[in-house]
Structures are given as structure tokens and as C-alpha cells.
Design a protein around this ligand. Structure first.
Ligand code: AMP
Length: 427
């Protein structure tokens, strides 16, 4: 037997119904906010991620699936989707149309990480990007949409952790302060962290070295927020005021930097209980230089990516049940013998035209087997079809939960079944 690859998994029915429900909800909510879907390739030139995500990030440094293709090009399975969206935006000159571009994506991403609960090598993200708007109101609207989405999925009690990482110009002062602070803590940094502090000092703030954790919480550690320019500070404060007025629960986390290099100003993360050590449900931020760094016109941007695998791990039980129910068959048509199958096919087709999700068991092994099969699949209603039904045109509709059964002429069958199904199922 050939097994699936480490860190990958098959999503099987009925669980796929829950995935579809979540994605349907995302698409519906995002459309309400004026977003359109973008689909970019699962692999890109390695260079794209090196230049956007950043050479010294963990992702680029040690987590990419990079290989040389048969044409000798270095390609990489996308570890995230913002770089691909930005590349497409530049390549197709979308900026020329002017205005603000709101795009979303749903799809698998690849990182060569050590698999554990909530962390896979192939995982899925639902993300959105706004390109062409630099104002704090856009940041606020992105978070409002995110909480609208999470709220519709039944999440309560979530809050967003927020920080501002400033702009490129504002960082040198902070970096200097950070280096000075760590240089007074001799022996604290391992080789990896020392390299980070040298090459890309902000990365040290999301170091996973347990020895550092306590130090990173030290109140004397310099905070980027104290090094912001007046403009960046105003942006940050405007955002906070808007979030307050929209009742989006937030808390400032001065150490939050996120593991990608392209962020400027606003960064955010939502964590959720029940996810274990990998508790980040989603993350995002503003990236005002990414498009121009990739050769496009100066275009500000902001976006987020939700870890769909993790979202499903903590999805409220009611919502899960609803999504499971929405995909399941509502009625089983059970032909009693082989000679009843053709008529059963016709009846099932009629019910399906009427929008009823109909299961048909063509094995025709009698009523007992048929009902047992329907019970196993948790189908609430059964219509038996035998010689008598064919002759009289009258059918019996059996409710498997109540055992109640009613006779019904064929022309009223659709209405009768529709009325029997609970409103939530009659879609
Ligand atoms: P990032 O692209 O690193 O900002 O991550 C955004 C979100 O994707 C995280 O908050 C996680 O929910 C999810 N995520 C990142 N890496 C993984 C992984 N290896 N397995 C599952 N989910 C992940």
C-alpha cells in the first residue's frame, strides 16, 4: 500500500461538507464586501518568495518545497499566497485600471515543517488582499469583514492581536535599540537567533527558541510602536478608533511581528483556544512596498490568511452540524425489486428536479435492506417503490425518526416531501 505523504491528508466525506460550508460562507461574505476571487498557480519561481517573504525568514530559509524542474528552473510550491497575488497584480498590470482591487483566494499552501497537531506540510488558506488603498479605514474594513465572517461561522469571544511594525524608514532606530538590548544579554542567543539579529533583527521577536520566550516578554525590551513616525502613529491610532467604534475586540501586542518580511505598519493575528501549541488561526497585515519591490508601480496593500485546517479544528459544533446536514441526502427512494428500478430512477429524477437531495439504492434488495441503508446514511425520509406503487400511483412516505408513514399520490409527492423536511433541510 502506498500511503499519503507525511504532513498531507485526504479530506473525506462527510467532512468535506464542512470544508465546503466554510468556503461557501467565505465567498458569500467576501462578495458582500466587493471582493472577487483570484486563482494563482500552486508553484512559482523560487525567486518570488525569496524576494517577497524574505531570505532570512523561517519559511524561505528552511520550509520551502523547492526543486529544479526539467527545464533547469528553480521552482517552489507556494508557501503562502500573497506573493503570488502580488506577482499576478504586477504581471497583468492591474494597477493601470486604477482604483482599489479587492481579491480573495482559497487554496492549498506548502511548507516543509515538522508536522504536529494543526500543522501540516500541505495546508489550506482562505485569504484576502486589498491593493491600492493605504488608509486606516481600509485596515479597519478588512478586520470588520474578518469578524463578520468568523461571526457568521458562530465564533464568539475571539479578539485580534494588533501591532504596527512601522515602515522601512522607521526601523533603523528600533533595530539599533533592539541590538543594544540583546548585546547586554550575553549568551542568551543561540546561533540561529544571533544570525537573525544580525540579518533581520525583527525576526528575533518571533523566535521559537524557548529560552528566549521569557526575555521577549520583558517590559524593558524595545517596542517598535515607540519608534513610529507621526504618520504611522496616526495611522495606527485611527485604526484603533475605528475598531473601537465597530466593536472589534482587539489588544495591542508590541512583540507581534509575524513571520514574513513584507509587512509595514499594521500587523495582526487571531489565536484561538483549543488549537494547542499552534494556536494562530489567522494572520495578516499591511504591505505597502511589496508591489513596488516586485517591479510594479507603488501600490499599498493589506491582507490576511486564515488557516482553514485550524479553522475547522475549532469550528463551533452547531455550525459543523449545519454544514454536515446541508450536504446530506434528504430522501431515499427504495425500489423493492429489480423490475422497480427504472421507475425509481424516474421518480428520483423528478424529486431532484424539485431540489430534493435524493439517494437511490439501485441494488433493489427489498424494503428491509433499503430502510437499513437509509438509516445508516441518516436519511430522514424513505419512499418505497414496488409493484403496487407502480400500479396505483400511490406511494408511502416513511419518516424514519417518527416511524410515521403516509400515503401520497405521485403528483403530490414533491410537496409532501418538501413539507416533511425541516426548513433547514428543504434547501
Ligand atoms: P502565515 O501565512 O504564516 O501568516 O499563516 C497564516 C495562517 O495559516 C496561520 O495563522 C495558520 O492558521 C495557517 N498556517 C500556517 N502554517 C500552517 C501549517 N503548516 N499547517 C496548518 N496551518 C498553517
Amino acid at each position: 500500500m502506498i500511503a499519503s505523504q507525511k504532513g498531507t491528508r485526504d479530506l473525506l466525506p462527510p467532512e468535506t461538507r464542512v470544508w465546503n460550508g466554510v468556503e461557501r460562507t467565505a465567498r458569500g461574505v467576501f462578495a458582500l464586501y466587493g471582493y472577487d476571487e483570484i486563482r494563482t498557480p500552486a508553484f512559482e519561481a523560487t525567486e518570488l518568495f525569496v524576494r517577497s517573504v524574505g531570505e532570512s525568514t523561517d519559511i524561505v530559509h528552511k520550509e520551502m518545497y523547492t526543486f529544479t524542474d526539467r527545464g533547469g528552473r528553480s521552482v517552489t510550491l507556494r508557501p503562502e499566497n500573497t506573493a503570488g497575488v502580488a506577482r499576478a497584480f504586477v504581471e497583468h498590470r492591474l494597477a493601470q485600471a486604477g482604483g482599489v482591487h479587492r481579491l480573495y483566494y482559497v487554496g492549498p499552501q506548502y511548507r516543509y515543517e515538522r508536522p504536529q497537531k494543526g500543522r501540516y506540510r500541505e495546508f489550506r488558506q482562505i485569504g484576502a488582499e486589498v491593493l491600492g488603498a493605504a488608509d486606516a479605514a481600509t485596515d479597519a474594513e478588512v478586520l470588520v469583514m474578518l469578524f463578520d465572517f468568523l461571526g457568521r461561522l458562530g465564533f464568539t469571544g475571539l479578539s485580534v492581536a494588533l501591532n504596527s511594525v512601522g515602515t522601512e524608514e522607521e526601523r533603523p532606530g528600533f533595530v539599533e535599540a533592539l541590538r543594544a538590548w540583546f548585546s547586554s544579554k550575553e549568551g542568551l542567543l543561540d546561533a540561529d537567533d544571533a544570525r537573525r539579529l544580525e540579518q533581520n533583527p525583527l525576526r528575533i521577536l518571533d523566535s521559537k527558541n524557548p529560552k528566549l520566550a521569557e526575555w521577549l516578554a520583558d517590559p524593558s525590551l524595545p517596542a517598535m510602536i515607540d519608534f513610529l513616525s507621526a504618520d504611522s502613529r496616526r495611522h495606527h491610532e485611527e485604526l484603533l478608533a475605528l475598531l473601537t467604534s465597530f466593536r472589534i475586540p482587539y489588544r495591542i501586542e508590541p512583540r507581534l511581528v509575524r513571520g514574513l518580511d513584507y509587512y509595514t505598519r499594521t500587523v495582526f493575528e487571531v489565536t484561538a483556544q483549543g488549537l494547542g501549541a499552534q494556536d494562530a488561526l489567522l494572520g495578516g497585515g499591511r504591505y505597502d512596498r511589496l508591489i513596488s519591490d516586485l517591479g510594479g508601480p507603488k501600490t499599498p496593500g493589506i491582507g490576511f490568511a486564515i488557516g482553514e485546517d485550524r479553522l475547522l479544528d475549532v469550528l463551533p459544533a452547531d455550525t459543523r452540524e449545519t454544514f454536515l446536514g446541508e450536504g446530506s441526502p434528504q430522501v431515499a427512494v427504495v425500489p423493492l425489486g429489480p423490475e422497480d428500478v427504472a421507475e425509481a430512477l424516474a421518480l428520483a429524477a423528478e424529486l431532484r428536479r424539485g431540489g430534493i437531495r435524493t439517494d437511490l439504492d439501485t441494488s433493489a434488495k427489498g424494503p428491509g435492506r433499503g430502510i437499513k441503508g437509509a438509516l445508516k446514511k441518516e436519511i430522514p425520509l424513505v419512499v418505497l417503490l414496488g409493484e403496487e406503487e407502480r400500479r396505483t400511483g400511490t406511494f408511502v412516505v416513511k419518516d424514519l425518526a417518527t416511524q410515521k408513514q403516509d400515503e401520497c399520490p405521485r403528483e403530490r409527492l414533491l410537496d409532501e416531501i418538501g413539507a416533511r423536511l425541516r426548513p433547514s433541510q428543504a434547501t
